[in-house]
Design a protein around this ligand. Sequence first.
Ligand code: HEC
Length: 138
Amino acid sequence: MKKLLVSYVALLTLGVAEVKTYTQADRILDMQKMAQAMQDIQSGFFYNNLDIVKAGAEDLKKTIVKIRPIDSELHNKDVYERWMNNNTAMTKRIQRNIASRTEVIIKRFENGDPRQALQEYSKITEQCMKCHISLRKW
Ligand code: HEC
């Protein structure tokens, strides 16, 4: 029981420490990286360059998993609760969705099917906007 409690506290501390390190500046930077990655993918399409498509898709896949609530959201009780209740599941779903679509983009483009790759790309854009609209009311 004691052991369980200790590991629970350790987990909690770790969790809080990890969340604390994610600032608004970090998230803005991640967003800008993703916007750049999306542009890279699009350039890869236009220049018919698999390496550029791949690099963009991989950047995007690496970055999307980092998105989470920032410090001030976690410390504002109401916002936190709202986030926990409504948005954590949505965020995870969107992250999984985008990550798997980046893989499909690479595969489709590699296999000479740029139309399908573009379709996946549009669906990623929809996912980005889904969060912006529902979370940010943009
Ligand atoms: C889970 C929610 C979520 C997802 C998914 C998401 N965003 Fe964002 N995005 C935000 C939030 C929140 C902000 C506002 C950041 C801030 O100012 O604190 C933002 C801001 C931005 C900005 C503006 C950054 C700046 O310089 O002010 C860009 C660009 C952006 N997102 C691009 C993207 C792209 C591209 C995707 C998809 C690949 C995406 N976002 C997916 C939540 C999300």
